[in-house]
Design a protein around this ligand. Sequence first.
Ligand code: IPE
Ligand code: IPE
Ligand code: MG
Length: 251
Amino acid sequence: MDKLALLKTQQLPRHIAIIMDGNGRWAQERGHDRLYGHLHGVESVRDIVEGCAELGIEALTLYAFSTENWLRPQQEVSGLMDLLVSTIYKEVPTLNKNNIRLHVIGDQSMMPDHAKAALAEAIELTSGNTGLNLIMALSYSSRWEIVEAAKKMAMDVRSGKIEVEDIHQDLFSQYLTTAAFPDPELMIRTSGEHRISNFLLYQMAYAELHFSPILWPDFRKEHLYDAILNFQGRERRFGKTGEQVKNEAGC
Ligand code: IPE
Ligand code: IPE
Ligand code: MG
């Protein structure tokens, strides 16, 4: 069965967020060290980015490295950071060919200077693209982001740029690193773990969650299509009753 043909093109999520998990276990199952899993995870990233671009998805956020991941053994941290930054940089021609615009969210202050410079250049080189927005969450955590947003808002109140009374949910969103994008409608986590691990906590208030048992290095377009098909089969109620939702849809 061609899963792609089953997708309803009018009901695609505008923004998909993925927690790419299971690289370490994938490598260990094969008797290799964890970095070998991260290396193979890059293949999955390529396939899924291409898949989202082909579908015409507006935004794809990939959780590649959390602020908590800095706590891993030094050798894994530096190997993984180097791999991520060098891969992003090397992929720029492909991103440009596919009209994909790169964004990076996260606490860049924790990154080495050469990594910051390479990322800034990659972002700049893809800034004219108008297709898929590829948002790499690197050294990212949602609590960090929310606290940063609160600080910036407090400073804007202090300087008179905004009033306390102006603060509402939409304004709050504008202070988050994802301000330019719609909230994720579908969140996928691979490797059978059922948790959010400090990812887009504010933005995912109404995301549909899809947990896949596949380890990230094995995750391919067909698994993405499964997740989207599953998403399209759900009734999104946003607090209303199922009956209200059906009436509004004219069913
Ligand atoms: C996901 O794979 C990649 C990162 C978190 C950077 P893991 O490295 O967490 O793999 P497991 O969960 O240990 O298998
Ligand atoms: C979450 O994965 C972060 C990324 C995928 C980058 P982890 O594997 O680090 O998450 P926990 O710590 O097991 O929840
Ligand atoms: Mg993990």
